[in-house]
Design a protein around this ligand. Structure first.
Ligand code: PGA
Length: 227
């Protein structure tokens, strides 16, 4: 026990997180570093495809991402909800609607994330499971780019609620109350099966399970009712 405490005091943590998780990962890390001030860390931020590559290469202690494929030999533990919502500019015709029907939603243009993004895959699966092929003419490779494009009226977007804290606070974007949304997803802590986690990595895993809910929360899954 003493040995492992010493390990935590001086250890180094190598983690990688989905670009969508970066919005809360730094908050988790900051709180973790306050609890264990001696540790150092590296944080890589990339999309799902990049994370799967990092796992394959066994380069990281832990990865935070959406559900990984069953085909890889990984351990994946869910620790928090990750609802995907439809966003629009505040002056979009659907912005104030009580409920946007699925039929109506299909007529809209969407800006979408790049191939290899977990958000993109979840969104495509969601539409495909309802028999609709998503029109994906406008592709942007980050959550920030998606939000800016939606803000200037290029279309609707689908993003994790966790990317929206600032935009909802300032009213630059709104979450539509749309039929069949939010898409329910979860965040997972992932590592290779059988990997021996270092004392710091074990401490971080415990910390995420204990604290993620209160440090992050899921935010409003839908826009608040008109007041
Ligand atoms: P991403 O998020 O869209 O940035 O790849 C990862 C995920 O949701 O799995």
């Amino acid at each position: 026990v003493l040995e492992s405490l010493k390990g935590i005091r001086r250890g180094r943590l190598r983690i990688a997180v989905a670009s969508t998780a970066n919005y809360f990962a730094t908050r988790l890390l900051a709180a973790f570093c306050r609890r264990y001030p001696g540790i150092s860390f590296s944080l890589e931020v990339t999309n799902r495809e990049g994370l799967l590559r990092a796992l394959e290469a066994n380069e990281k202690d832990l990865v935070i991402m959406g559900r990984p494929p069953e085909s890889l030999d990984l351990e994946a533990e869910p620790f928090m909800d990750n609802p995907l919502v439809v966003i629009a500019a505040p002056d979009h015709p659907l912005a104030g609607a009580d409920e946007v029907s699925w039929e109506r939603l299909q007529q809209e243009a969407f800006v979408v994330r790049e191939e290899g993004s977990g958000t993109r895959i979840a969104m495509e699966r969601h539409f495909a499971s309802r028999g609709v092929k998503l029109r994906t003419g406008m592709e942007l490779s980050s959550n920030e780019a998606i939000k800016r494009a939606v803000e200037v009226g290029m279309g609707l977007g689908i993003v994790s609620i966790h990317t929206l804290e600032l935009e909802l606070e300032t009213g630059r974007l709104v979450v539509l109350r749309a039929e069949a949304f939010p898409i329910p997803r979860h965040w997972y802590l992932v590592h290779r099966r059988g990997k021996r986690l270092s004392p710091v990595a074990l401490a971080f895993r415990d910390f995420v399970f204990e604290e993620a809910g209160s440090l992050v929360g899921s935010g409003p899954a839908r826009a608040p009712a008109a007041e």
